[in-house]
Design a binder for this molecule. Structure first.
Ligand code: 3HC
Ligand code: NAI
Length: 678
């Protein structure tokens, strides 16, 4: 079956793209579409063309799997030029999302019509490149520089309504009528002699404010620091205002080739495919089909319970939250309501959507109300005795095929499962805080968790918009286990003479949004600290004792002013120096390079142990955890990909130099010149 078919509707040639799952413009598709365009050109009976697509979207763009290989003709730019050069009007019918090359194809057409669900965007920047099939030159000519810049530089798509308002869509029609409306539109314009040609338009470019580029660069400087692609995106749009179309296109091509061969794009493409791969469980039997989940129970209305509930409420699931006391329940529900209202105020939800979500929520102080839930997620205090008590109760109450999940951060899911009569139905669902926002979900597979329960958890994660990664049972699972290694070194470095601000800066320079001490101040130093049992045994404890409990008290590892601006603290330095002296540690100057190696290499080594033990299915899953849950800079690909990039022999040498543990797997791979992501 051809991936591009043509059909005559009177004088209109309807060209249909059909390349599931995302209608990517693979070599085969480009060839077939180029042939269709040639047919249209050579057939005098054809007076107009409609380009449309089958499936749930118009197109996800170029086939990313072909990147990095030698270009094959016709290239996407060549195909789009041939569409634009047709001396017959071409109408793009956008049945859904049109991204990247999909948007660029539409820009090569004379007219574009969509449906209310159509989204148009140029997300190339997210995979470290820039639109390379004319997007940087045609889009500003069609919608103007001011509108084109954010679309190209953030990579976020615009809605149909917005697209129509800025001149990117000519019409919006009902989805069931799209095909016939597109044909009617094509007939309507077929007789005309003049049709808008994106590359030839100058009106929008001429009208641009010359100060827009400087202002845009300044406004986004912090967010875009160190990233190659956004800088080139801005430059390319700026060139669209200074050069002829052909010269601009030549620059776009040059930038595209430079970026696509660069390390940042390789890393970001790795992140893209790693996220999708993470959702797959190796060796899962075919009959492990997901169970239907309609009603979800949540135990505990605290920080996590409330956030977890919001995921399901927003996705339309019925949710029952059970608490042990009315006050906690009221507080938790109040926070959910407040969060939704804030989202509505920001325009990200309508009042109607908020009420709809809240309408799915019921609350109770009685576990018995969980009896008809398909899934129950426990988010009570992190204490094994309480978890066991809760799971014992659930075992007695839940219906026979219900899934029972724990949101535990560290505890042994096998031990929790063992206190039920059905450990095969127990799984860890480790959400990250704030759970309504963070995309990562570690799905913790117990020794006895059934394949069907795993399949259900992965399927459900996708439905609530999470990136799910499978982890085996171990202390802290994939993410927190590796984080512990970094924290250990961060504390040790302070004893040896590094300052909190220096340690944090090394990580923010690397691309993390914040360092460990900034993070501690934000979260609160007193998490897990009990003033009744304090023993002054660690720097953190002493800081808590002195009222330095983080941003909320105006001071922690740093001092904060009323605008939450931080400055290093002499008091903290003195506390650290005091600890160092007591332990006989001599403080010295430590280089940034040593700090970076000592913070990051042990994480890579722990990742290797996690792989060796089979806790993680694949190295790319570890990268997915760190990019989505802990702010690892995506343009370096995640810890394991980054280690591959710098060379495992370098990582090994660094670990040995600092007298650190080296796993067998890392040693072997380094010796053989292999990589983790193979
Ligand atoms: N090329 C190759 N494969 C792609 C692809 C693409 N552009 N987009 C998606 N896929 C694959 C995915 O890897 C996945 O494969 P799998 O089933 O084997 O894991 C499958 O298609 C389905 O993808 P999703 O699970 O992501 O499907 P969703 O429905 O959730 O999302 C989407 C669809 C919004 C289109 C999303 O896939 C996406 O954002 N794709 C990438 C879009 C993009 O970056 N386009 C620009 C490409 S570069 C370009 O066009 C260059 C040009 O300027 C020259
Ligand atoms: P929290 O203290 O904010 O909330 C716990 C809630 O559980 C309280 O409202 C409490 O009243 C309720 N509760 C306690 N025992 C109960 C019982 N037997 N029955 C019903 N309700 C009960 O705690 P938080 O932070 O929400 O943590 C919950 C779980 O999530 C813990 O296991 C924690 O390790 C885990 N977790 C926490 C993260 C975080 O950043 N806070 C991140 C990921 C996981």
């Amino acid at each position: 079956m051809s991936k591009v078919t043509t059909k005559r509707e009177g004088e209109v040639l309807v060209v249909t793209l059909d390349n599931p799952p995302v209608n990517a413009f693979s070599t085969e598709v480009r060839n077939a579409m180029a042939a269709a365009v040639e047919d249209a050109a050579s057939d005098d009976g054809v007076k107009a063309v409609v380009i449309r697509a089958e499936g749930r979207m118009f197109s996800g763009g170029a086939d990313i799997t072909e990147f990095g290989k030698a270009p094959v003709h016709p290239t996407l730019p060549e195909l789009i030029d041939s569409i634009e050069n047709l001396d017959k009007p071409v109408v793009a019918a956008l049945n859904g999302t049109a991204l990247g090359g999909g948007c660029e194809i539409a820009l090569g057409c004379n007219y574009r019509i969509g449906v209310p669900a159509t989204k148009i965007g140029l997300p190339e920047v997210k995979i470290g490149i820039l639109p390379g099939a004319g997007g940087t030159q045609r889009l500003p000519r069609v919608v103007g520089v001011e509108e084109a810049l954010p679309i190209i530089v953030t990579g976020n798509p615009v809605s149909a309504k917005k697209a129509e308002a800025i001149g990117l869509l000519d019409r919006i029609v009902a989805p069931e009528r799209l095909r016939e409306e597109a044909i009617a539109f094509a007939r309507e314009v077929a007789g005309g002699s003049e049709h808008p040609v994106s590359s030839k338009r100058t009106d929008r470019i001429d009208a641009h404010d010359p100060g827009v580029f400087k202002a845009f660069r300044e406004k986004n400087a912090r967010r875009l620091k160190g990233l190659d692609a956004p800088a080139r995106c801005i430059e390319a749009v700026e060139l669209a205002t200074q050069l002829s179309y052909d010269e601009g296109i030549a620059k776009e091509r040059e930038f595209f080739m430079e970026l696509v061969m660069g390390d940042q794009s390789k890393a970001l493409r790795h992140v893209f495919f790693a996220e999708r791969q993470a959702g797959k469980i190796d060796g899962l039997p075919k009959d492990a089909v997901p169970l239907p989940i309609r009603k979800v129970g949540i135990i505990g209305a605290g920080t996590m319970g409330g956030g977890i509930a919001m995921n399901f409420l927003s996705a339309g699931y019925d949710v029952t939250i059970v608490e042990r006391e009315q006050e906690a329940l009221d507080r938790g529900v109040g926070i959910i309501r407040k969060n939704y209202d804030a989202t509505a105020r920001k325009g990200r939800m309508t009042e109607e959507q908020v009420e709809k979500a809240m309408g799915h929520l019921s609350t109770s102080l009685d576990y018995q109300d969980l009896a008809d839930c398909d899934l129950v997620i426990e988010a009570v205090f992190e204490l094994m005795a309480i978890k066991k008590d809760v799971f014992g109760k659930l075992d007695a109450i839940c219906k026979p095929d219900a899934i029972m999940a724990s949101n535990t951060s560290y505890l042994d899911v096998n031990e929790i499962a063992a206190c039920t009569s059905r450990p095969e139905q127990v799984v860890g669902l480790h959400f990250f805080s704030p759970a309504n926002i963070m995309r990562l979900l570690e799905v913790v597979r117990g020794e006895k968790t059934s394949p069907q329960v795993m399949a259900t958890a992965m399927d459900l994660a996708k439905k609530i918009g999470k990136v799910a990664v499978v982890s085996g049972v171990c202390h802290g699972f994939i993410g927190n286990r590796m984080l512990a290694k970094r924290q250990e070194q961060a504390s040790e470095l302070l004893m040896e003479g590094a300052r909190p601000a220096q340690v944090d800066k090394v990580l923010t320079d690397f691309g993390f949004p914040m360092g460990p001490f900034q993070m501690a101040d934000l979260a609160g130093l007193d998490i897990g600290w009990d003033p009744e049992k304090t023993s002054s045994a660690t720097v953190r404890e002493v800081l808590c004792e002195r009222g330095r409990r983080g941003q909320k008290t105006g001071k922690g590892f740093y001092d904060y002013d009323e605008n939450r601006q931080r400055t290093p603290s002499d008091e903290v330095d003195a506390v650290i120096a005091d600890f160092a002296a007591k332990s006989g540690e001599e403080q010295r100057d430590i280089s940034d390079e040593e700090i970076r190696e000592r913070l990051l290499y042990p994480m890579v080594n722990e990742g290797a142990l996690i792989l060796e033990e089979g806790v993680s299915q694949r190295a790319s899953d570890i990268d997915t955890v760190w990019v989505n849950g802990y702010g690892w800079p995506p343009h370096t690909g995640g810890p394991m990909f980054w280690a591959d990039t710098i060379g495992l022999d370098s990582v090994l040498a660094g670990l040995e130099k600092h007298g650190m543990e080296v796993s067998q797997l890392l040693r072997e791979k380094a010796a053989k010149g292999e990589t983790f992501n193979g």
